[in-house]
Structure formats: structure tokens, C-alpha cells
Ligand binder design. Structure first.
Ligand code: GAF
Length: 388
């Protein structure tokens, strides 16, 4: 986690010398359940020990925000009443959360904020959700009397993506960042929003991320197209079954998908096929975890990778290569993590194979792409909170 004193020193330097309160929120991993959140399915994320840390303080103005992104050395001032909001993409997360909080009735006024992060950007570990929930946590404390619920904080983060950043995302990332708990994964039913904490300490195995360093960016990417494809399939199924209730692919069966195969076209069919399979895999993984059957968990992870690569088409050459190396090294499970289009693979590796896997992956990847993948050992940490 980022050192509080580091953030504080910048906050003092860039504003009026006064200190504020410090908040932090993590990025996330996801064991399984990819692109299921906006399809009303299940996800299996956990918060990580890396995230965003911000110092914040009301500045006494009606609606002027003074913001400093420490890592980028970039300062942006803007007014909350400006309907266009700031141009800098990082500042739009601050603007978006503040606007969404105002919609919730929180009397957000002007404030100063400086923030830094150690969650890698564009690695698919949800640095944007970490920002949103960190800023939400701060605004809730400073202007909201901490009355905004955890769910409303997560939903404000998601609405920020939709309304100010152009990403029509699901709720997984913001949920994981707000609700995370050290040592636990969380199984969330994205339709009912019920969730349960799953202590995750796989005896004899560890989780490691390999970052391809291919920058994953969801804004303006085909991420929204994937969602549209899924929604299109649901529309067709609903039209065929006026007696039923079809909100998302969660409500659809394999048989119903086959019925609309010809009318929705190959591409949308493949997208929905992946989602229905993934829905089943998350439940299989839950059973396997309950039985301590990590080999089964791993098998599902490989299947997910295949589906994400071939049917959902959100992989890239580098991620497929990392997956191949994992198989060669007899890694238990490996797959793309997060939205895709770059970023990391998540790998479930037996302790005795770990060293060889990492060394082989570094060597082979470097030979092919001229640089090593970055390696992040996963430590499952706590969610959004005030530090001081
Ligand atoms: C991104 C999105 F933000 C999430 O909502 C989720 O859809 C994920 O991609 C894929 O599972 O992280």
C-alpha cells in the first residue's frame, strides 16, 4: 500500500499547507466469473493489497475542486457546477463520483484532493474502481456523515463509469473494492446482490498474476459491444417467449439460445455461449472450493480462458501465449483476468511448480516479445476505508 506520509507531503505542498483525512481502496482479482456481472450472473472476486490512497479535505468553496494526481504530477481544478466536467480522464472519476453523490442527496461542496496508487494501471486489476471507491469513501466521510451505504458507494462508482467515462461496466469491480476482506474471496450474485465471503487459503497452492503489459483499456473499446451482443440475444429470446421474464442472459437456457442461433448471427451467438458456460463454471468452482478440489478449480479456469479467447474474443496473442506457457509448466489453472484486451492472466499454481513456472514464463515471453511479464503475487486484502 502507498505510504500515507508520501501522499500527505504532496497534499501539504500542493494546497494550503493544511492536512486532511486519508482514505484507501483496493484493486481486485477475480478467480472466475468473467463478463457475467452485467449478465446477471455470479462473480468470484477478492480485493488485493494494492490500490489508491487519497488525502481529501473540504476547502470551504461552494463547488471548486482542486485535484492533484501525484503519480502523473498533474494538477486540475474544476467546478462541480460545470456540466462538461474536467477533460483529464483521471479527474473525471473525481467529478463523476461527486456528481453521483449529489444525486444521492449528499451536499458535496468544494474540496482538495491529492492521490497516488500502487495498483498497476491498465493491468485489468481495476485501478479505476479503486479510484472511484476511494473518492466515494472520502466524500461519504467528509460531506455525507458516512450515511451512504456500501452498496450505494459501489453503485455510484459504476454510474461514474457509465455516465462520465464511457464504459458500460457491470458491478463486480466496485463491489470488490468496497466490500473486500483480507483473506477472503467473495461470491456475488450480481442479480440479487447477495454475497458471501469465502476464506481462501488453498493449501499447497498460490495465486499469481502475470501481466502481459499489453495495456488494457475499456473506454471506447469493444467491451461495450460485448455487452450489446448479450443484450441482443436476450431480446430475441424474450420475443420468442412472451410468457417469460428475460432481463439478462442469467434468465436464459442453452435450449433457448439454440432457438435463436440463426437469427442473432454467429458473433452474438458465440458471446452468449461463453456467458452461459461461464455461469455454470462459477457454480462448479464454488462446489470444488467447498470440497478443497483445486484441480477442478484449475480445470474450470482453463475452460474460461478458452471461452474468453475463442468465443468472447477478448484475449490477445500475448495473453494466449502466457496461457500456453502455464499449460506447459503444468500450472493447475490459468486464464485472462478482468475485461480482457490485454492486462494479466491469473494463475493457480502448486507451490512446488511456482519457481519453474515464473522463470519459464519470464524467459519465453522475453524471447518472443522482448520484455518479461510483470509478476504480482496475490495477497487478498481489505476494502475501502479511512486510514487517518
Ligand atoms: C471489467 C468490468 F469493469 C467489470 O464490470 C466486468 O465486466 C469485467 O470487466 C469482466 O468480468 O473489469
Amino acid at each position: 500500500m502507498i505510504d500515507i506520509e508520501f501522499v500527505r507531503s504532496r497534499f501539504i505542498k500542493h494546497f494550503d499547507g493544511k492536512t486532511g483525512n486519508v482514505y484507501t481502496s483496493p484493486g481486485r482479482i477475480n478467480l472466475i466469473g468473467e463478463h457475467t456481472d452485467y449478465n446477471g450472473g455470479f462473480v468470484f472476486p477478492g480485493a488485493v493489497d494494492k490500490g489508491i490512497t487519497a488525502e481529501m479535505r473540504a476547502n470551504g468553496t461552494e463547488d471548486t475542486v482542486m485535484a492533484y494526481a501525484i503519480d502523473l504530477k498533474d494538477r486540475v481544478d474544476f467546478k462541480l457546477s460545470d456540466p462538461a466536467g474536467p477533460k483529464a480522464s483521471w479527474a473525471r472519476y473525481i467529478y463523476g463520483i461527486a456528481k453521483e453523490f449529489q444525486k444521492l442527496g449528499v451536499p458535496v461542496k468544494g474540496f482538495n484532493i491529492a492521490f497516488a496508487g500502487d495498483v498497476p494501471l491498465g493491468a485489468g486489476m481495476s485501478s479505476s474502481a479503486a479510484m472511484e471507491s476511494c473518492f466515494a469513501c472520502g466524500l461519504n466521510d467528509i460531506f455525507g456523515d458516512n450515511k451512504v451505504s456500501q452498496w450505494d458507494m459501489a453503485l455510484a462508482g459504476q454510474a461514474t463509469e457509465h455516465n462520465y467515462c464511457g464504459v458500460n461496466c457491470g458491478i463486480m469491480d466496485q463491489f470488490a473494492s468496497v466490500f473486500g476482506k483480507a483473506g477472503c474471496l467473495m461470491r456475488l450474485d450480481c442479480r440479487s446482490r447477495e454475497f458471501e465471503y469465502f476464506p481462501f487459503k488453498p493449501d499447497g497452492y498460490r495465486l499469481v498474476l502475470l501481466d502481459s503489459v499489453v495495456k488494457h483499456q475499456l473506454a471506447g473499446s469493444p467491451y461495450n459491444d460485448r455487452r450489446n451482443s448479450c443484450e441482443n440475444v436476450v431480446k430475441h429470446i424474450a420475443a420468442k417467449h412472451p410468457e417469460g421474464q428475460f432481463e439478462t442472459l442469467r434468465d436464459c437456457t442453452w435450449e433457448q439460445l439454440e432457438e435463436v442461433k440463426d437469427e442473432v448471427g454467429t458473433e452474438d451467438y458465440m458471446r452468449a455461449k461463453f456467458v452461459l458456460g461461464e455461469k455454470d463454471r462459477v457454480l462448479a468452482v464454488c462446489d470444488a472450493l467447498n470440497e478443497g478440489d483445486y484441480e477442478k478449480v484449475g480445470e474450470m479456469m482453463y475452460k474460461t480462458h478458452e471461452g474468453l479467447s475463442k468465443d468472447y474474443e477478448v484475449s490477445c496473442e500475448e495473453l494466449d501465449y502466457l496461457n500456453d506457457i502455464a499449460r506447459e509448466c503444468e500450472v493447475t489453472g490459468s486464464r485472462i483476468m478482468g475485461g480482457g484486451f490485454g492486462g494479466c492472466t491469473i494463475n493457480l499454481v502448486r507451490n512446488d511448480l511456482y519457481k519453474n513456472f515464473i522463470a519459464t514464463a519470464k524467459k519465453k515471453f522475453n524471447e518472443k516479445y522482448g520484455h518479461e511479464p510483470k509478476v504480482y503475487d496475490v495477497v487478498i486484502g481489505d476494502g475501502s476505508r479511512r486510514l487517518c
